[in-house]
Design a protein around this ligand. Structure first.
Ligand code: ACO
Length: 703
């Protein structure tokens, strides 16, 4: 990120509009008018070869004719004229280009887009867009866009990949009462990326929360790095999570991975909160932009109505912040501010008799008490109380508590007077919502933010158990035969090169060899067909288990060969694998995909029916440290099975986590080679007894 250039782009001191027009209805007219209407204090230079004056401002034929400096140029000439405009801006020494013009990569004009980026970068300029609405900043009184007006002022900044949505959000900021400092349309992201803007907004003094609308990132890992380093909360709404990759998957893992899961994992790893929908993006942005993170689990709810209290209690459970009874000393104090029939447990029900003072006293006390980590204050409009006075009392009590590190959210349920009181609260820095569950969800987001921020900074030291050369030898040999998948025997050799504990597996080419190998491994053994043409070995009758003696080895050898031939007469048969028969253990699956956005990504889940039917799996973008791997084990619904159920001993989670870590290092190290892989099943034994990879699959990247 070049900070000076991006400052020029987003906080320019002088702006040119290339393609400015005196004709109302044209974008070139609207942009100039918007700059004037937003009361922009820097110089505005309309550029138009034919006009001398536009909207009362002197116009220039070219940026090169402008007497003063120009930080940013908004470009609104047709796409064919953009390359020349870029060159002229470069010659003038402009820092950033806000290219509103459409007609580039979004309609297949990739070369034209690459050309303008190259040209701009040659002059040290950066491009926002093309194909955007523009850029708006309240603190700079800058509406360099064709969105109608500056958004309601606030402390969040939004980056949107959709121009139309940005315009809609702009207007909605007033009805939703969620304030923004900057709205940045990013369009085709030909040059400046969301990651660049996250880095820049992290340094922006007027932004306290970064809000993102994402359709698809181009540089997933840069985004993760920028977000992980950010000191400000980030909330992202990811659209388009349904169709992604899964169709062409060749492995089990490939078929289970999708944009929703991989983006979800990446966001979590990078400390980014994920909004569930547009409504939730607004709600979460409001909370994150106004309140500190919630650094503990203890949520206290104060209410004047039992009904909203119960709704909030349900919501607390739903959003992962279940209520606990307040400790005795908290209850004793709160009891002083309610009638006999009130409840101080949690939710704290001040009853319908609650007036300003009871609210104030209980809010002030609760916030100051060390047990309370966050507070939700609910109010149902009553005939005896004035919502505005209640709002003032709550605000004053928060101030008087002196507490700045605990979040508070409010919900007033009522009519117009309540709505007005909530607007006042938001203006005074307290997020307020029309429904109790939303206020609780706001606190849950602030808790989640604290939690994932901790996670994003936890130990990321990774396993380095690598023998790359050994793995490449196996892979290159397969490639030399024109293959793009490894046989099980080969895949296990690659796994072994990265310290993964596979079942002892040797390849027999004759019946006698099979007998010798089985004797060496020790009975019982498993025998499997090894053929690049037979991926689904069991379906082809190519697997025999529990072979107990020499006679059975010979019978199985013949049976497997004839089954394989019957299944595919011209199959290329490498031989028959003789394997140690691993004792029963809990079946899990590990696997990987090479995600187009985030690169090597690992999957873990319980095996068998859990993965087939329930799809109970979890993902991480690599690298995955052992501590992250342990967290993965706890994330799946079937986690208790690994803890030991029905009197069984707990499984060897430590060894499984080490195996995940080694697997991660394998797929990261071989990112150029491996497209997808599965270790399925992996058997997990009792604590201290380790794990065994029983079957392995590797699909190579096309070269
Ligand atoms: N330098 C400066 N001005 C020039 C030059 C030049 N070299 N050459 C021509 N001009 C002037 C034109 O004379 C005209 O001014 P005039 O009205 O005085 O004649 C002005 O620049 C604009 O040129 P037009 O040819 O009139 O172009 P028009 O305004 O019709 O369209 C635009 C230009 C808006 C950039 C169009 O090509 C375009 O891309 N529209 C889509 C914009 C968009 O939707 N962006 C994505 C937003 S995201 C979303 O979907 C909401």
């Amino acid at each position: 990120m070049n900070k000076d250039v991006l400052n020029g782009l987003f906080r320019p001191k002088a702006v040119a509009v290339v393609g400015a027009s005196a004709t109302p209805g044209k974008i070139g007219y609207t942009v100039v008018k918007n700059l004037i209407d937003s009361k922009y204090e820097g110089n505005i230079y309309p550029i138009n070869p034919k006009a001398s004056d536009i909207l009362g401002l002197k116009a220039y034929p070219s940026v090169k004719d402008v007497p003063g400096f120009i930080d940013a140029a908004v470009i609104v000439v047709p796409s064919t004229l953009v390359p020349q405009a870029v060159i002229e801006c470069g010659e003038k020494g402009v820092k950033g280009l806000i290219i509103i013009t459409s007609g580039f990569s979004e309609v297949g004009q990739k070369d034209l887009e690459a050309q303008i980026v190259q040209s701009a970068n040659n002059y040290g300029m950066r491009i926002l867009g093309p194909n955007i609405v523009g850029s708006l900043s309240n603190s700079d009184k800058l509406n360099a866009s064709f969105a109608p007006f500056l958004p309601l002022a606030g402390k969040a900044s939004l980056v949107s990949q959709s121009g139309a949505l940005l315009i809609a959000i702009d207007a909605a900021t007033y009805t939703r009462k969620v304030g923004f400092d900057k709205l940045i349309s990013i369009g085709n992201m030909a040059d400046v990326s969301i990651a660049d803007i996250v880095e820049w907004l992290n340094e922006d003094e007027n932004t306290t929360c970064i809000s993102l609308y994402i359709e698809g990132l181009k540089d997933g890992r840069h985004f993760m790095e920028a977000s992980r380093k950010a000191r400000k909360p980030i909330v992202a709404l990811k659209a388009g999570v349904s169709a992604h990759g899964a169709a062409a998957a060749a492995s089990h893992t490939g078929s289970l991975a999708g944009a929703a899961k991989v983006y979800g994992a990446a966001f979590q790893q990078a400390g980014v909160l994920q909004a569930t929908d547009l409504d939730n993006l607004f709600d979460t942005t409001l909370a994150l932009s106004l309140q500190p993170p919630m650094n503990g689990e203890n949520l206290l709810i104060i209410t004047n109505g039992g009904g909203v209290g119960v709704l909030a209690t349900d919501a607390a459970e739903k959003y992962g912040l279940p209520l606990k009874f307040a400790p005795a000393d908290v209850q004793a104090e709160l009891k002083k501010h309610m009638p006999e029939f009130g409840s101080a447990k949690n939710p704290v029900d001040l009853t319908g008799m609650a007036g300003n003072e009871w609210y104030a006293d209980s809010v002030r006390f609760s916030l100051s008490h060390p047990w309370v980590d966050g507070l939700v204050v609910l109010y149902c409009e009553t005939a005896m109380t004035d919502p505005q006075e209640i709002a003032i009392a709550i605000h004053k009590a928060i101030q008087e508590s002196g507490e700045k590190n605990k979040p508070v959210a409010v919900s007033f349920v009522g009519g117009e007077r309540s709505a007005q009181a909530m607007t006042w609260l938001v203006e005074h820095g307290i997020p307020a919502y029309g429904a109790p569950d939303k206020a609780v969800n706001a606190l849950a987001s602030l808790r989640e933010y604290a939690r994932i921020k901790e996670m994003a900074h936890e130990d990321t030291s990774i396993c380095k158990n690598e023998n790359r050369e050994q793995a490449l030898k196996v892979i290159n040999a397969a490639r030399a035969e024109g293959r793009e998948s490894l046989t099980e025997v080969e895949a296990k050799q690659v796994f072994t090169a990265y310290g993964l504990p596979v079942t002892t597996t040797t390849l027999a080419h004759t019946e006698d060899e099979a007998v010798q190998m089985a004797n060496k491994i020790g009975f019982p053994v498993v025998m499997k067909i090894v053929s690049p043409d037979i991926l689904h070995k069991s379906d082809a009758g190519g697997v025999k288990v529990n072979i107990k003696d020499e006679k059975e080895v010979r019978e199985a050898y013949q049976a497997i060969l004839s089954n394989a031939k019957a299944y595919k007469a011209d199959a290329d048969i490498h031989g028959i694998a003789i394997q140690e028969m691993a004792p029963w253990g809990t079946e899990v699956i590990l696997g990987s995909i090479n995600d187009p956005t985030f690169g090597p990504t690992l999957m873990f889940g319980l095996g068998g029916i859990f993965v087939e039917v329930l799809k109970d799996v979890t993902f991480r973008v690599t690298p995955v440290s052992t501590s992250q791997a342990l967290r993965m084990l706890g994330e799946i619904r079937g986690a208790p099975i690994l803890g030991g159920v029905r009197g069984e001993a707990p499984r060897d989670r430590k060894m499984l986590a080490d195996t995940i870590c080694n697997y991660s290092s394998m797929i990261l190290d071989l990112a150029d080679e491996i497209s997808e892989s599965d270790a399925n099943p992996v058997l997990v034994y009792e604590e201290g007894k380790g794990v065994k990879v029983v079957d392995a699959r590797i699909i190579l990247k096309k070269k």
